[in-house]
Design a protein around this ligand. Structure first.
Ligand code: PEP
Ligand code: CO
Length: 411
């Protein structure tokens, strides 16, 4: 393997790189961002690492959630506090239901760049470049907005900084941030060296997505060299061989808690694919945390062209994923949800029985459909209800000894 440095990803092919009109302008922004202070600090990253070791050992559970794409327009205290309050509530629901500590990680303070399946969007007769996240271009359907603009990386830094300062002022000092490390010039500019190690100080916990997880390409190259905890998404097109290579490249030192694998397989593929994934990783003897993203492989288009997901499908993928881990002596350590505190109608089904016809009025997401808070609670509750009968209750010792006595002296 070649020598790693924060720009070594540039020697590889880079999926989903925006069509910037002027590479010189990108370099100029990168210079500016490189001179800015780190957004997160080493002490926080170290605390996260410690907590992830607990997750890896089964002493805690990880909940990661937030918008598919954060909007610059939502970067004000009330909106940020709403997101934090929602994550806090869901963590409490899990803490009480699972009876264990819950580590909360937001898709927050940096989730501004999106991989897209199509390069363009058509509305009527007009075709424009696709929206790629506020860090890259604008959502408005005009040519000017859709131009990739490197100056937006500076705005992303500012919004992330505002978001982090709201987080630090609230009671949520134990919240951590995460985002998809997609736009590598931004990630590179915030990559700094401390004590002989390189860290990405734009976020605590960067991940790479399903569409940029190629072992020979730029995103894996970038991620392998940083000392933050890292995560990677895998899905139906990931082969067991590729998965083994990924864990070997990303966690060669076999550190407990360094690497999280998020499976996003779809409710009808979990039972066929997940057992092989678990066996393949076991063979490498490299420790990983398994997390479930039950959202991204259950997306479909409605007749009117809106992206949606069905709450029951999301629940089904989560529950099946958990059962497969249980059956194979593995452990599901985390859950990854796209959700919002706002009362949106973007996902159908659930107890609220949201119908396809309801979506038009209640759809606010910039990219993928999110669970609203009620739907997210419902997904958690349905899953926890499933596992309750399997948990052996820990009985008080006096009760246990009387049970033993009653067994040895059958009436
Ligand atoms: C996402 O998390 O918003 C995303 C694009 O997911 P995936 O990489 O699984 O497609
Ligand atoms: Co998404």
């Amino acid at each position: 393997m070649t020598v790693w440095h924060p720009a070594s990803w540039r020697e590889k092919s880079c999926a989903h790189y925006p069509p910037y009109p002027s590479p010189a302008e990108v370099e100029a922004v990168l210079q500016v961002l490189s001179s800015y202070p780190p957004l997160v600090n080493l002490a926080e990253i170290e605390v996260l690492k410690m907590q992830l070791r607990e997750v890896a050992q089964g002493k805690a559970f990880l909940l990661q959630g937030g918008d598919c794409a954060e909007a610059f327009a939502d970067c004000y205290p009330e909106a940020i506090q709403g997101k934090l309050r929602c994550l806090r509530r869901l963590s409490t629901v899990l803490e009480q239901g699972l009876n264990c500590a819950v580590l909360s990680v937001g898709r927050l303070a940096g989730q501004y760049a999106k991989p897209r399946s199509h390069l363009v969007e058509r509305q009527g007769n007009e075709v424009l470049p696709i929206y790629r996240g506020d860090m890259i271009n604008g959502r408005a359907f005009t040519l000017a907005a859709r131009q990739a603009d490197p100056g937006r990386m500076r705005q992303a830094y500012e919004c992330a900084s505002v978001t982090l300062s709201v987080m630090r002022q609230s009671r949520d000092s134990l919240f951590f941030t995460s985002h998809e490390a997609l736009l590598l010039p931004y990630e590179q500019a915030l990559t700094r060296r401390v004590n002989e190690k390189w860290y990405n100080f734009s976020t605590h916990f960067p991940w790479i997505g399903y569409r940029s997880n190629h072992i020979e390409e730029a995103h894996v190259e970038y991620l392998r060299g940083i000392d933050n905890p890292i995560a990677i998404k895998v899905g139906p097109n990931t082969s067991c061989w590729m998965l083994q290579k990924l864990v070997q490249i990303l966690n060669p030192a076999r550190c407990v808690g360094r690497l999280m694998i998020m499976t996003r397989l779809g409710k009808s593929r979990v039972s066929a694919l997940l057992p092989e994934f678990i066996q393949a990783v076991k063979q490498t003897k490299i420790p990983v945390i398994w997390s479930c993203d039950p959202m991204h492989a259950n997306t479909y288009l409605t007749a009117s062209g809106l992206k949606t997901r069905c709450v029951e499908d999301i629940s089904s993928e989560l529950q099946q994923t958990w059962c497969v881990h249980e059956a194979l002596g593995s452990r599901l350590g985390g859950l990854h949800l796209e959700l919002t505190h706002q009362a949106v109608k973007e996902c159908v089904g659930g107890r609220e029985a949201i119908q396809v016809d309801d979506l038009a009025e209640g759809y606010k997401s910039l990219v993928d459909p999110r669970l609203n808070e009620c739907q997210a609670v419902e997904v958690l509750q349905e899953w926890m209800a499933l596992q309750r009968p399997l948990f052996r209750p820990s009985l008080p010792s006096s009760f246990r000894s009387s049970l033993r006595a009653s067994r040895s002296n059958p009436a």
